[in-house]
Write a protein that binds this ligand. Structure first.
Ligand SMILES: [Zn+2]
Length: 175
């Protein structure tokens, strides 16, 4: 069992335990870097990667599922955010809060960063933005919309969480 992360023609898989570590360190970085509305939507995507809620081996995502933005500038900014988050995590951002040693986390993060850097976010079909189509329609199926953005911070762990939809953050569900 494991989980697969894809982007364009690239992909890598992690064991279930490796997935937890990868998402732990990425969540710590994303939580402190998030500034723009899009960042909180990406944070929400990360909250959906909680195997204690979704099931072991039932997570993983494809960069192609992400709504990177309508303009080239938006897409470049969004991609840059994800790369910056990986870079911040690679600098062991708040790793002392993990409560465990993540010996392979650096390798996971380097792999992910390379995949994102090599990925070219595509322009989405403008028709998907038609307000007449209603709020339920998104670019892609799995990327959280603005109304589902992870804007709440877990008081105990100080990371973005799926509150109020879920009771706690990924560190809450793991303990
Ligand atoms: Zn928490």
């Amino acid at each position: 069992m494991g989980n697969v992360f894809r982007g364009g023609g690239d992909s890598f898989s992690l064991s279930n335990g490796g997935t937890d570590v990868f998402l732990d360190v990425l969540t710590l970085a994303v939580s402190d870097l998030a500034r723009d509305a899009w960042d909180y939507r990406f944070a929400a995507l990360l909250t959906l990667q909680d195997q204690n809620v979704m099931g072991r081996g039932a997570v993983g995502f494809d960069l192609g599922e992400i709504d990177w933005g309508t303009t080239g500038a938006e897409r470049a900014r969004a991609k840059r955010f994800v790369v910056r988050a990986a870079e911040l995590a690679l600098r062991r951002h708040r790793w002392e809060e993990l409560g465990y040693e993540p010996p392979y986390a650096e390798g996971y993060l380097r792999r992910f960063k390379a995949m994102v850097e090599g990925y070219e976010p595509e322009a989405h079909d403008p028709a998907a933005h038609d307000p007449a189509a209603g709020p339920a329609v998104r670019h892609e199926g799995l990327f959280p919309g603005a109304d589902e953005a992870a804007v709440a911070s877990c008081v105990r762990h100080r990371v973005l969480s799926a509150l109020p939809f879920w009771e706690g953050c990924r560190f809450c569900t793991a303990s």
